[in-house]
Design a protein around this ligand. Structure first.
Ligand code: GAP
Length: 513
């Protein structure tokens, strides 16, 4: 008998995500396009809510230092990426099978086959490990050629002279290029931040795992520009200093049984575990953000990158990693980039990028938190996913209300007797009031509730025969499946309070047994 391969959580999450309009494989009707996904109608709303929350927390509510949003170009000229180091150093090691010609990431293959951590080794060292361990092609078992390096940027040619340009591999470069203009146009002194949300592109050798390794993906990045002499003066730090962080230090990574250090941001900074106060501030804010979007606190940690993983110019890199069923993945890169970027762009462009602070001209240092949009969304999907049999006969998403793509669905019990007209009017009213609403009059009410659960909709309103008699409707709560009956004219007010978590669901109306 052929045994069916057990579906992983990733398989299940991707299946429901594609079926219910969260994501669609790009160019699916032509067989797809590896490493690229579109957000569908439901996924676009989820993304919009996640980005809005990020913007509110990391940009709009930042008082001192302020953070300014920019929206820069996706295609950049050769000199920018030469100066940034991407032309020469943004490479991955690949190895080709001599038989089937398949190419794979050499470092990933070695790590999978031997468990050896090979970050930072060059092509010759990697080739030697492949030979010493008799590693063959993972697809056909054929012999592998020598390891080569492969630049990850997607290049293009622009204008009639076809000058070399690249699709940006990170949004960050725009913020360095716009530093001087932002400082002068916004009349800013240090410290201040520049943020951006946008697309980045990398020609990943083996895009895989759904939304996790893509060739086109979103980033939410902040470059915080600071006077290096004042990197431990953050006016807003006190507000966040008691947030408890989960840290994986370098010492612990050397041990077999690694332990997470649970420590408040203030202490992590004071004990010099973290390189500076700005870094401690961002780790605390990220902890708040990811718990708000539905990732349990104990499922993520900040890992101090090992020396071989850390760029030579860095004053310390701490990655936020989230535990998934298939392993741990990096979601946010936090880097103390010092003056590397502004220094290089100043040198290569010939433009003075120094700034005056405290009576002294200096090149600002940079602390950079860099978030992946799709990876964050995938982690939210996996952590909010409830499998069939968890507590009901269908899969569902337990999104926090603040990021649920659809806030509320409205149904008539039957498509007749004026119930449909009543429900349609309520649907319109809710839409006008700014809720993300869907109207559904197809299938049994039970099926409609199950469909709403599949997209993680927190509340469903049903108009039934009592509605016509009493002007009341029922509201169903996704998490408990409890229902309350409320006055129709109070629905908007009640939903508003439920979303602000000002009232408990069971106390918002008459509980229906
Ligand atoms: N400016 C710094 C920078 O780009 P990075 O660690 O290369 O740092 C930051 O990228 C984040 O972008 C990662 O933590 C990840 O969430 C996301 N990211 C990077 N490469 C990705 C890929 N191929 N597919 C999806 N997300 C990716």
């Amino acid at each position: 008998m052929i045994e069916m391969a057990k579906k992983t959580k990733l398989d299940k999450v991707m299946e429901v995500s594609i079926r219910r309009g969260f994501v669609f494989p790009t160019a699916e009707i032509y067989g797809g396009f590896a490493g690229v996904y579109d957000f569908g109608p439901i996924g676009s709303l989820l993304k919009e809510k996640l980005l809005k929350l990020w913007t509110d927390m990391f940009v709009k509510s930042e008082i001192d230092p302020p953070v300014f949003m920019v929206d820069g170009a996706v295609v950049l000229p050769f000199p920018v990426l030469k100066a940034s180091g991407h032309v020469d150093h943004f490479v991955d090691p690949v190895v080709e099978c001599k038989d089937c010609k398949e190419e794979v990431r050499a470092d990933h293959l070695i790590e999978e086959e031997t468990g050896q951590f090979v970050e930072g080794l060059d092509e010759m060292e990697l080739t030697k490990i492949i030979r010493d361990n008799s590693i063959n092609c993972p697809s056909c078992g054929g012999e592998l050629a020598d390891v080569k390096v492969f630049n990850l940027m997607l290049g293009t040619h622009v204008g009639s002279k076809r000058s070399i340009a690249y699709m940006r591999p990170e949004t960050a470069q725009i913020m360095f290029l716009d530093f001087k203009r932002t400082a002068t146009s916004m009349r800013q002194k240090l410290p201040f931040g520049i943020a951006q949300i946008g697309k980045s592109m990398r020609n990943e050798v083996s895009p895989r795992k759904g939304l996790i390794r893509l060739r086109e993906f979103g980033q939410m990045e902040i470059e915080m520009f600071v006077n290096p002499d004042r990197i431990n003066e953050h006016p807003g730090f006190e507000e966040k200093e008691n947030i408890k962080l989960r840290l994986l230090t370098r010492e612990e990574q050397k041990k077999e049984d690694t332990k997470i250090l649970e420590i408040i941001a203030k202490e992590a900074y004071e004990k010099e575990i973290l390189p500076n106060k700005f870094m401690a501030y961002y780790l605390a804010l990220e902890t708040l953000f990811y718990t708000k979007v539905g990732i349990p606190w104990e499922k993520f940690r900040f890992r101090h990158m090992l020396p071989e993983e850390t760029p030579h110019y860095s004053g310390g890199n701490w990655d936020l990693e989230i535990e998934l069923e298939g392993g741990v993945i990096e979601i946010v890169g936090n880097a103390y980039r010092r003056d590397y970027d502004l220094g290089n762009h100043g040198k290569h462009s010939g433009v003075d990028l120094s700034i005056e602070d405290n009576g002294k001209r200096l090149i600002a240092h940079v602390v950079e938190p860099s978030f992946g949009v799709e990876r964050s969304i995938y982690c939210v999907l996996e952590h909010c996913f409830r499998d069939k049999g968890y507590d009901r006969d269908w899969v569902w998403f337990q999104f926090p209300r603040a990021i649920a793509p659809i806030d509320v669905e409205v149904y008539p019990l039957m498509k007749k007797d004026g119930l449909d007209t009543y429900a349609w009017e309520m649907y319109k009213e809710l839409k006008i009031s700014g809720f993300n609403v869907l109207y559904d009059d197809r299938g049994s009410i039970g099926r409609r509730y199950a469909r709403a659960d599949e997209i993680g909709c927190p509340f469903c309103i049903t108009c039934d025969y009592e509605t016509l008699r009493e002007d009341t409707v029922t509201i169903r709560d996704r998490d408990t499946m409890n229902q309350i009956r409320v006055k129709a004219k109070e629905v908007i007010d009640i939903l508003g309070k439920l979303f602000k978590e000002e009232i408990k669901f069971e106390e918002a109306g008459e509980l229906i047994s």
